[in-house]
Ligand binder design. Sequence first.
Ligand code: 13P
Length: 249
Amino acid sequence: MREPIVIANWKMNGSTEANRVWVEKFLQLRGDLECRTAVCAPFVYLPQLVSLLKGSGVAVGAETVSSRKNGAFTGEVSADMLADIGVTLSIVGHSERRTLWKETDEDVAEQAALLIEAGIAPVVCVGETLEERESGRTEEVVLRQLRAVLARVPAARLGAVAYEPVWAIGTGRTATPEAAQAVHAALRAELRASDAAAADKLPLLYGGSVKPANAHELFSCPDIDGGLIGGAALRAEDFHCVCSAARAD
Ligand code: 13P
């Protein structure tokens, strides 16, 4: 019913040459994957990736976007600029942006709104810290983050929602499939309350130390429709392995 999608988030990694090699390798390996795929990369490499992946079916995405439309905001990159160069999706609200760059729920909602206005699909990240999990506040936190976006944009216009527990990112610690599924079910229920038809179609992705060894188990959960992959997306071979664990129902 929902076509799975697996998205690479390269974070602040890559080089012109390394990207070229990655794309060549991934396109060679891709074969008969049953999921959609996308690569999110640093702004400077997006034109290169748009060009290398043109016509391949692999989407190109940004890792964040400005919460302002245009004007005197030195160093910012707008949603309209991303659309102008052929980018079709963008991560918003990654926990590294929320914690290190102090992006708020309202900033994330504004970014999502500007992306949609520019015709780009937002991939909205939500996730709790270890302290929030240990104090039993996981659902409260992720639902608050999701509601802030849904108050500003319709669920039907989102590209995906990615649940990324902060304590699982880059740590080698993965949420158990049961724990991840429970949060995904809560997110799906919240989306259903806002738009039932959209909720059934929207991919909910898991992110946080997904690798070839655990992807199958995670992606087999009923409400996990793919992944947002950091470390394991840096090698085309590993990313391909993770993608091959995502199968259509
Ligand atoms: P890792 O896969 O390296 O844990 O990163 C996850 C992530 O933050 C993807 O956005």
